[in-house]
Design a protein around this ligand. Structure first.
Ligand code: HEM
Length: 147
């Protein structure tokens, strides 16, 4: 969510009145894009910004609910994602089921560090190169029939 946000520029905003953001004057009627991808990998905010290191959040109060502006995978304000609670639960339960039900390995003796994590442009931000994996069931077969 930090390194590969689903909507890296959020939904465009329109300034309803003249305002100032930091040192920038924004005229009424200007379309404003919030680049969360840049914010979430800003080296002045994040140590080793391009490193996937979930441990960095241990002991921190930082949340994804639109109040901590350095991490906005669901946006912020009145147009923030209304489905964020469902989204978080679906990701957690899907991932847990996939890990519980299958053994996963990379194809062609590839190592995790060889994975190319580049993204490409889209409505959301898809992978540039598809992830190719070998998937093997790890539970008794009759359990898969009952799903
Ligand atoms: C992990 C899953 C999801 C992510 C990362 C995500 C992310 C986002 C982001 C970044 C925005 C733009 C917010 C902004 O511009 O401030 C958005 C908007 C929106 N999302 Fe999600 N979303 C997710 C799941 C869902 C789900 C499950 C639903 C519905 C069931 C949903 C419905 C919407 C809607 C309707 C908007 C437009 C809100 C508006 O413009 O007022 N999203 N989402």
């Amino acid at each position: 969510m930090r390194l590969h946000p689903v909507a890296p520029m959020l939904v465009p905003r329109l300034a309803r009145e003249d305002c100032k953001v930091g040192e920038y004057d924004i005229k009424k009627g200007t379309q404003v894009l919030v680049n969360t991808w840049t914010i979430q990998t800003d080296p002045s905010v994040w140590e080793n910004p391009n490193e996937f290191n979930p441990d960095r959040f241990i002991g921190k109060n930082i949340d994804v609910k639109g109040q901590d502006f350095e991490l906005l995978p669901f946006g912020s304000g009145r147009r923030m994602c209304p489905g964020y609670a469902l989204g978080l639960k679906v990701i957690q339960s899907s991932l847990a089921n996939l890990l519980h039900g299958f053994n996963w390995s990379l194809a062609d003796e590839m190592k995790p560090e060889d994975l190319n994590m580049e993204e490409t442009f889209g409505l959301s931000m898809p992978r540039k190169f598809p992830l190719i994996t070998i998937v093997e069931p790890r539970l008794p077969f009759d359990l898969y029939n009952s799903i």
